[in-house]
Design a protein around this ligand. Structure first.
Ligand code: HEC
Ligand code: HEC
Length: 220
């Protein structure tokens, strides 16, 4: 191998370790993305993602509305959106206040934020409650049948030979409004279906939380 080439490879490895270039495309986790977005990005882009965060007015360049599907963030491929966040693809204004997150975040976290931004752009239904409350409820009460990742294949579903609903299918999940999901979770599915009702077990806040959490299990 030429010395030039081995130097280049070493340089790429260092950039990779710093997270400055992505080494592999990984499937992000929209719930993780939700958490990270509301810890950092909200400062400028707002909790809603529309660009109205508490720091927004202090910036010379307005933070983008990330929820708009016809914006640059909306029209970008996942890889381009990753690059915009990472700081390897330039922003519109050139003199941007948008931080280069590749300096502070590993690639898997950026992938998760990409997944959450897709949710903001493409989900037909907003989150009715707190997904952090919902996560605990889901893992304690629902994952045995629906599976930890929401695919409907938890251990109890196998044992009982049933198919619990797959929450990762966004086209299916988008068909039903939040009010319908709250209703099914509160009272259970009709007939012989093994989907139980949780009225006596969970508070309204917990049910709205778990609806929010399962919405974030969908992939867009
Ligand atoms: C300190 C303020 C600030 C923070 C915090 C911030 N951004 Fe930005 N962001 C901006 C500004 C300003 C722009 C517009 C840049 C421009 O037009 O040059 C922008 C642009 C973007 C764009 C490009 C959109 C487009 O239409 O070009 C994406 C994507 C983005 N931000 C994602 C994020 C994510 C994800 C986070 C959290 C990890 C984040 N931003 C945190 C200020 C911020
Ligand atoms: C004992 C197994 C079991 C448990 C525990 C369980 N489910 Fe289900 N769930 C099912 C089955 C089976 C279905 C499919 C029922 C059907 O389509 O009629 C289902 C369907 C659903 C649906 C879709 C209903 C529809 O009509 O589209 C939602 C939403 C849902 N479950 C949420 C939850 C939540 C949230 C929890 C935890 C609080 C939970 N489930 C716990 C078995 C379970």
């Amino acid at each position: 191998m030429s010395r030039m080439l081995s130097k280049l490879i070493k340089f790429a490895a260092i950039l990779g370790a710093l997270g400055l270039i992505s080494t592999a495309a990984q499937a992000g986790n929209a719930y993780q993305g939700y958490v990270l977005f509301n810890q950092t990005c909200f400062l400028c882009h707002g909790n809603s993602g529309e660009g109205d965060g508490p720091l927004a007015k202090k910036l010379d360049v307005s933070p983008a509305d990330l929820t708009d599907e016809s914006s640059r963030a909306g029209e970008s491929s996942d890889r381009q959106l990753f690059g915009l966040i990472q700081g390897t693809i330039k922003h519109g204004s050139g003199t941007s206040a948008m931080p280069r997150w590749g300096l502070a975040m590993p690639a898997i976290q950026i992938d998760s934020i990409v997944a959450y931004i897709r949710f903001l752009q493409r989900s037909k239904h907003a989150l009715p409650g707190d997904p952090n409350v919902g996560k605990q409820v889901y893992l304690d009460k629902c994952a045995a049948c629906h599976g930890r990742d929401g695919r409907g294949n938890g251990p109890l579903a196998e044992v009982l030979g049933m198919k619990a609903k797959d929450h990762t299918n966004s086209a299916e999940m988008n068909k039903n409004p939040n009010s319908y999901l709250v209703e099914v979770i509160t009272h259970g599915s009709a007939g012989k279906s093994l989907m139980p009702g949780w009225k006596e077990v969970l508070s309204e806040e917990e049910i709205e939380g778990v609806v929010s959490y399962i919405r974030l299990l969908s992939t867009y």
